[in-house]
Design a protein around this ligand. Structure first.
Ligand code: ADP
Ligand code: GLC
Length: 486
């Protein structure tokens, strides 16, 4: 019997996506399945989730909520190109809304997902060995598995909780605790209560058999007060069970030799297609079609996390430099209008696309010379890996997974896979961009060698998939008191 893993996430690519969580939830299960794990994915059926390839199952899951039960319809799909089942929980009241997040009843919507996912396993008569929850939306799952009577068949399941981003904790006023339908006795300092507030991530940290986060560097960082979001003490207390596993990327989806979104294909041996992609992107962005100007890109959620305020300031300081910048981003309206205004002032050097556009994200990764990621913190970051796979050299701040995945250019020897700076200051960013551009102009052979080096690195999920499998087996052994026998 293979190991059975229930994998729950608020977003799963290609169904619905706002960021890297979806990419991970859409790709890691494939790697697990390739290794023989019986993994099943659960996520909401949101407005806008494509229905082709989904089949409405003739069943309803009755989800216990604080006010009684509420039914979830179930649609079944598969991760593209695999047999990995994805169960989409359907409830129009909660999920038939334009956005995924940002509603006053978010807690209730994700309680419904968390309890619904567990309840579904009973309806399917499929009892997982491991329940893998991701980020605050499903943080309640390990707590339910441990505590509630209706989850009894699952009491033997080990739980793994992965932190993709500690900036989002789903915390609310203490009074919100009743929405979990766990009794008030669980609102205590050991579980949900954190400085008077309700905090589901704290409870997950306390209740899960094992914890992980998405890079080794971030695993260390979140145990410090600078990055721990107030939970550093909780995480440090469990440091022996907290594993940093660097994400992989979906190398089928992100493949310059086959990508359907880009103007021409290329690989490490023949980069002619990359030049075609650059020209096509310059055209699409309304910038001059020139080979002799470096093209920089940004693909990002616009949130303080990403440090793009520093880039906006730095751009003013680089006003005299011959460069082009294409930015694709959505999020914070203040950032959106700031970049739109900058672009209006510099139409020949900066083009901003505001919105979410997956195809354009691929074209930017493929067509640029450099991708800029000046994050304040970055649990893992996938864009730098996508860019490297497309021979686009990342310029990154040394934090979290950026530090773990980009090696700084070494100057005379030409070693390295990108350009790395440490202090999040305009000076440091301007200096590092200037350094990258001077290498681009004066040492093109180094740039070419770096591109080729980054393109052959193995970014696939196989390594990380194997690490997660080891973690599941450790969690299982801890929970059951004996090794998984299959
Ligand atoms: P995060 O999850 O913090 O946003 P990651 O680098 O892990 O950062 O993942 C971001 C993912 O979202 C990448 O796949 C990236 O291409 C995608 N993305 C971000 N913003 C946009 C956008 N505006 N349009 C299209 N894709 C985007
Ligand atoms: C989060 C993080 C990002 C990470 C992604 C997937 O959104 O911000 O750094 O790559 O999750 O784990």
């Amino acid at each position: 019997m293979p190991l059975k893993v229930l994998f729950a996430s608020a977003e799963v690519a290609p169904f619905r996506k706002t960021g890297g969580l979806a990419d991970v939830a859409g790709a890691l299960p494939k790697a697990l399945a390739d290794n023989g794990v019986d993994v099943r994915v659960v996520t909401p059926f949101y407005q806008g989730t494509p229905t082709d390839g989904t089949e409405r199952l003739d069943m309803a899951v009755r989800v216990p909520m604080y006010f009684g039960t509420r039914a979830a319809g179930v649609r079944r799909a598969q991760l593209p190109g695999t047999a990995v089942p994805v169960y989409l929980l359907e409830n129009d009241h909660y999920y038939d809304r334009p956005a995924l997040y940002g509603y006053g009843d978010n807690l209730e919507r994700f309680v419904f997902l968390s309890r619904g996912a567990l309840e579904l396993t009973k309806v399917l008569d499929w009892v997982p060995d491991v329940v893998h929850a991701n980020d605050w939306h499903t943080a309640l799952m390990p707590v339910y598995v441990n505590t509630v009577e209706w989850a009894r068949p699952l009491h033997g399941a080990a739980t793994v909780y992965t932190i993709h981003n500690l900036a989002y904790q789903g915390d609310e006023d203490g009074g919100a605790h009743f929405v979990t339908a766990l009794g008030p006795e669980h609102f205590n300092e050991w579980e949900f209560e954190h400085f008077g507030r309700f905090n589901p991530v704290k409870a997950a940290i306390r209740h899960s058999t094992k914890l992980s986060t998405v890079s080794p560097r971030y695993a260390g960082e979140i145990q410090t007060s600078d990055f721990g979001g107030g939970l550093d003490g909780e995480l440090a207390a469990r440091r022996a069970d907290l594993h940093g596993i660097l994400n992989g990327i979906d190398t089928t989806d992100w493949d310059p030799a086959r990508d359907p979104h880009i103007a021409a294909h290329f690989d490490r041996d023949d980069l002619t297609g990359k030049a075609v992609c650059k020209a096509a992107l310059q055209r699409e962005a309304g910038l001059a079609e020139r080979t002799d100007v470096p093209l920089l890109g940004v693909v990002s959620r616009l949130t303080p996390q990403k440090g793009l305020d520093i880039l906006a300031d730095a751009f003013g300081r680089m006003a005299g430099w011959d460069l082009q910048l294409v930015l694709l981003g959505a999020g914070d309206p203040a950032d959106e209008s700031r970049f739109a205004a900058l672009a209006a002032d510099h139409p020949d050097r900066l083009r901003c696309f505001i919105g979410f556009d997956n195809g354009l994200a691929h074209r930017i990764e493929a067509g640029c010379d450099f991708l800029v990621i000046p994050s304040r913190f970055e649990p893992c970051g996938l864009n730098q890996m996508y860019s490297m796979r497309y021979g686009t050299l990342p310029i990154v701040r040394a934090t979290g997974g950026l530090a773990d995945s980009v090696d700084n250019y070494a100057g005379s020897t030409g070693a390295g896979t990108g350009f790395v700076f440490h202090d999040l200051t305009v000076d440091a960013l301007v200096g590092t961009v200037g350094w990258a551009l001077s290498v681009w102009r004066d040492r093109p052979e180094h740039i070419l060698a770096m591109r080729r080096r980054t393109m052959v690195r193995d970014w696939s999920w196989h390594r990380a998939g194997a690490e997660y499998e080891r973690l599941y087996l450790e969690a299982y052994a801890r929970r059951r008191g004996h090794a998984f026998r299959g």
